[in-house]
Write a protein that binds this ligand. Structure first.
Ligand code: RTP
Length: 155
């Protein structure tokens, strides 16, 4: 059981400044919570622009990079680590397509956002980025290891 827990997949999820300002924190967290994923770390931070540039380094050649980094560093971001089987891929499914005009109803962006530049949430897109983003946003000591009572019913 412990070995199983140690291998459990983790992803980095962030509610961007628009999601925080719009009062969508509880709504978004509840979708991950109700699904059966486990919250391992959470904090509210205002990233510097330099930090935002690190987070989005893969996009530095894109025309929207500068505006995107200004936006991410414009206010509080709720940074989280969620754990569970398949959480990286399915977390992206809960979030929905990058452009809220294309995300399905029922997804976070489909239900709660309208334009791509204000799409309220970020989720790691693969195991490598998940690892890198968790390490960028959190100290290892900020990840809380615990047994949730619900787990034996979820798995
Ligand atoms: P995220 O990293 O935030 O979860 O988004 P994603 O993987 O779904 O999308 P990605 O292509 O990595 O883009 C990152 C973020 O950049 C903003 N964006 N703006 N045309 C635009 O103005 C544009 N395209 C992308 C979005 O906020 C997107 O989430």
């Amino acid at each position: 059981q412990e070995a199983h827990a140690a291998e459990m997949e983790r992803t980095f999820i962030a509610i961007k400044p628009d999601g925080v300002q719009r009062g969508l924190i509880a709504e978004i967290i509840s979708r991950f919570e109700r699904k059966g994923y486990k919250l391992m770390a959470i904090k509210l931070v205002v990233p510097t622009k330099e930090f935002a540039q690190k987070h989005y380094h893969d996009l530095k050649e894109r025309p929207f990079f500068d505006g995107l980094c200004d936006f991410l560093s414009s206010g509080p971001v709720l940074a989280m680590v969620w754990e569970g089987e398949g959480v990286i891929k399915y977390g992206r499914k809960l979030i929905g397509a990058t452009d809220p005009q294309k995300s399905e109803p029922g997804t976070i962006r489909g239900d709660l956002a309208v334009v791509v530049g204000r799409n309220i949430i970020h989720g790691s897109d693969g195991p490598e980025t998940a690892k890198d983003e968790i390490a960028l946003w959190f100290e290892p000591s900020e990840l809380v290891s615990y047994t949730s009572n619900a787990e034996k019913w979820i798995y």
